[in-house]
Design a binder for this molecule. Structure first.
Ligand SMILES: *[C@@H]1O[C@H](CO)[C@@H](O)[C@H](O)[C@H]1NC(C)=O
Ligand SMILES: *[C@@H]1O[C@H](CO)[C@@H](O)[C@H](O)[C@H]1NC(C)=O
Ligand SMILES: *[C@@H]1O[C@H](CO)[C@@H](O)[C@H](O)[C@H]1NC(C)=O
Ligand SMILES: *[C@@H]1O[C@H](CO)[C@@H](O)[C@H](O)[C@H]1NC(C)=O
Length: 356
């Protein structure tokens, strides 16, 4: 649905600040967001291509662009308010028309998107919705592994991503809701204590996907970029909330492990392994990682981070892009473009616009 088709050309042509100030990364972000919304954003559902948790990440990417590029803010606000109103009616597998469903990780993505929406707009409805989601996530803290939350409400698995999201949402709320700061901080802190001791963080600081039925790290599973990403943004928020730089030191260790695993051996182009062609989920992961790497870079610069962000953003635009659409392999060739591959690429372009 062409939700933005009529408004955008005006913004492009008549905003003089954009013409002089925007980097090519901002230009490319804008081109890619417009191509994505024209092709996949459905105003009736408030979702991109009907996808649920992916749309939370897509919304976050669009909001992050508006945080970098002022001229985009009105457009982002329109998308936020439409998605906020409509998406809950199309909540995948949910019994109620809210942002809650049976998956704690899905809930976490939406909580982070709504917090970003609050950061951009100052609208407390979005923050309140995120608080309600977080309250529901706390009910997942009943695993047999001495802590952590379940992946889903059927309580069959304990995975890294749900716990990283729980930590990150808690830490974000600690910085935004003063009346709940202590409670949110102690959840984040308890989650880190658990996460950093349960064995999912390997000796070389890569992060396993979760634990098995006996609460031992699944050390035979594929490594995924997003498992190394969400934790970085969470630790940066924790350092802000506590004023302790030790959280940033932890984030640097994990980022170094991740770059060794996913980028340094690939000419510094971030690369997902494990069948990225076939799977919408996998195509989403790299953007999540690089969005969070940019958060760490802003908090504490390292050349290694800007190198990977720049090399990836340049490569995906040159080798993996056609008509503003971007596929899942950032070294190319351009194949298999989907909403998740597109929004992942937008995360990378926006990261480049934000930190370079
Ligand atoms: C938008 O979503 C609605 C509800 O699922 C569907 O009926 C409609 O065909 C979609 N529109 C487009 C352009 O895909
Ligand atoms: C954080 O956790 C550590 C280790 O469990 C504990 O020593 C510390 O008191 C906790 N801090 C807060 C603010 O909860
Ligand atoms: C990985 O190890 C777990 C036990 O920790 C086992 O249940 C599972 O089948 C193994 N998976 C593979 C792909 O080998
Ligand atoms: C990190 O350790 C894991 C095993 O725990 C291994 O599979 C992986 O290849 C290592 N990564 C690097 C970059 O050495």
């Amino acid at each position: 649905m062409k939700y933005l088709a009529s408004a955008l050309p005006l913004l492009f042509l008549y905003n003089p600040s954009r013409v002089t100030a925007a980097s090519s990364y901002a230009d490319n972000s804008e081109t890619a967001i417009k191509a994505m919304n024209d092709k996949w954003y459905n105003t009736t559902t408030g979702l991109w291509d009907g996808l649920w948790w992916n749309s939370a990440n897509t919304l976050t990417a669009v909001i992050n662009f508006a945080l970098v590029e002022d001229s985009w803010k009105p457009t982002a606000q329109d998308i936020i308010s439409n998605t906020y109103a409509k998406a809950p009616n199309n909540n995948e597998g949910a019994t109620s028309t809210t942002f809650l469903n049976d998956f704690y990780d899905d809930e976490g993505w939406w909580a982070l998107a709504l917090i970003a929406a609050y950061d951009l707009t100052g609208n407390h409805d979005y923050l309140d919705a995120a608080i309600a989601i977080f309250d529901d996530m706390t009910t997942g803290w009943s695993t047999p592994c001495n802590g952590g939350i379940w992946w889903s409400k059927d309580k069959h698995a304990v995975v890294s991503i749900a716990n990283e999201l729980f930590l990150s949402v808690a830490a974000h709320l600690a910085n935004r809701v003063s009346s709940q700061k202590d409670a949110a901080l102690s959840w984040a802190n308890a989650t880190w204590s658990w996460f950093s001791n349960i064995g999912v963080i390997a000796a070389n600081n890569t992060i396993h996907d979760g634990v098995d039925a006996s609460c031992k790290a699944q050390d035979n599973s594929t490594f995924f970029t997003y498992n190394q990403g969400v934790i970085l943004g969470g630790l940066v928020e924790l350092s802000k909330a506590t004023g302790e730089s030790s959280w940033i030191d932890e984030a640097h260790k994990l980022a170094a492990g991740a770059l060794a695993q996913f980028a340094n051996g690939q000419g510094n182009i971030l690369t997902e392994f494990g069948g990225v062609n076939e799977d919408n989920d996998l195509a989403q992961f790299k953007g999540i990682f690089i969005r969070n790497l940019a958060i760490l870079e802003k908090a504490s610069h390292k050349d290694a981070y800007t190198t990977v962000i720049k090399t990836s953003a340049d490569s995906l635009w040159k080798n993996d892009q056609s008509g503003g659409l971007v596929g899942p392999h950032w070294q190319g060739p351009f194949v298999d473009v989907t909403t998740p591959s597109q929004s992942s690429a937008i995360d990378c372009l926006v990261a480049a616009a934000a930190v370079l």
